[in-house]
Write a protein that binds this ligand. Structure first.
Ligand SMILES: Cc1ncc(COP(=O)(O)O)c(C=O)c1O
Length: 362
């Protein structure tokens, strides 16, 4: 990235989890140009079938676990969460939605209602009724999921909570409890999807298959797009009583779909997901400094715990001065965010870690 004076920055946060294939990847840029020369918006999503949407939905089936294979395209992560919440309520006929403390699912009113921090919600109440929040990774609270529950919405690894990684046994118990009670398990893969954690989907780290996957961010290769994805039997309820269960004018925009297909091909053809664990290891071996209290990481989703918010802000500024872009977390302000494009090279990792170490010397 370059500022208006031409100063160069190494991007260690990917526009918050977006630029998994880097900025302006040539294959993504070409796909955009080619689509622009064919057509832009034609019709409200779903009214006519458009080739870029079909091609992308088809390619997505190659990375989706059965029986998930039906994709509804939207414009953003928040809209995808809204769609998933509506789908779960409509399919189950129930109303309670369960989410977790320290969760982040977006900023629209429904997504905000399941945010895991009262600080972000209090100014906008009343929000959605019938929301219950549980402590993340706390098995004893799973009994609170009941026959009243339409959906449990969870980030397989909490992003804005500061990279919180649950136990596999917890995620599997959660899956089991949802199946027992008939609640739909919704994995918010908006930050963890598209290879970020070293698996294509974050949920794969725990061997669970949700009922609905929600994705956005890294999906578009830098273009705005999101999706909620489910099985044919669940998704089919959106087509009747009422018809058009979710309506979106620009959802599945042909240029965004073309970019997203190219992005997916880049990830798969270059085996980017397979390289994530090695890159994580290199980061971990080079991020050593007395001021670092701990590092939580899964693949290239990393959180470096420091003394305080003030120390984090000072390091962010020092890094910026030295040409390195890092960030903090919404629900964890004593930690430094590291989530670079998956295409980051060994040399760039070494350079970035050297800048971070120097930025900690004050
Ligand atoms: C886990 C998660 N869910 C949902 C969202 C909301 O996505 P968007 O900003 O595209 O609405 C975000 C954005 O940061 C996110 O990290």
């Amino acid at each position: 990235m370059f500022d208006p004076n031409g100063k160069k920055y190494l991007d260690l946060i990917s526009g918050i989890g977006v630029s998994n294939v880097g900025h302006r990847h040539p294959k993504v840029a070409n796909a955009i140009k080619e689509q622009v020369d064919k057509y832009l918006h034609l019709m409200v999503y779903g009214e006519v079938i458009q080739t870029p949407q079909v091609k992308l939905a088809q390619k997505l089936t190659t990375v989706l676990p059965a029986p998930l294979g039906v994709t509804y395209f939207v414009n953003s992560g928040s809209e995808a969460i809204e769609g998933a919440m509506k789908l779960a309520k409509r399919y189950t006929g129930k109303t309670e939605i369960i989410s977790f403390y320290n969760a982040y699912h977006g900023s629209s009113q429904g997504a905000l209602s399941i945010n895991g921090s009262e600080e972000f919600k209090q100014a906008y109440r009343p929000l959605l009724p019938d929301i219950r929040q549980l402590n993340f990774n706390n098995t004893s609270e799973l009994s609170l999921i009941s026959e009243r529950t339409a959906a449990v919405i969870i980030e397989p690894i909490q992003g804005e909570g500061g990279v919180r990684i649950p136990d596999s046994s917890y995620m599997q118990a959660l899956r089991k409890r949802c199946t027992e009670t008939g609640a739909l398990l919704v994995c918010d893969e908006i930050q963890t999807g598209f290879g970020r954690t070293g698996k294509f989907w974050g949920g794969e780290n725990f061997d669970i298959i949700p009922d609905i996957i929600v994705c956005a961010k890294g999906m578009g290769g830098g273009m705005p797009i999101g999706a909620f994805i489910s099985s044919p039997s669940i998704m089919s309820v959106l087509s009747h009583d009422p018809v058009l269960g979710h309506i979106t004018t620009f959802g599945g925009h042909p240029v965004s779909c073309a970019a997203s297909l190219a992005c997916l091909e880049v990830i798969l053809e270059n085996k980017l997901v397979e390289q994530v664990a090695e890159k994580e290891k290199l980061f971990l071996s080079l991020l050593n400094h007395p001021k670092i209290k701990s590092i939580r990481s899964k693949g290239l989703l990393m959180s470096v715990e420091l003394e305080s918010f003030e120390v984090v802000q000072k390091v962010i500024q020092n890094c910026l001065d030295a040409g390195l872009l890092t960030d903090w977390f919404l629900h964890c302000n004593n930690s430094l965010r590291i989530a670079p494009p998956l295409i980051i090279t060994e040399e760039q990792i070494k350079e970035a870690c050297s800048i971070i170490r120097k930025s900690l010397d004050f």
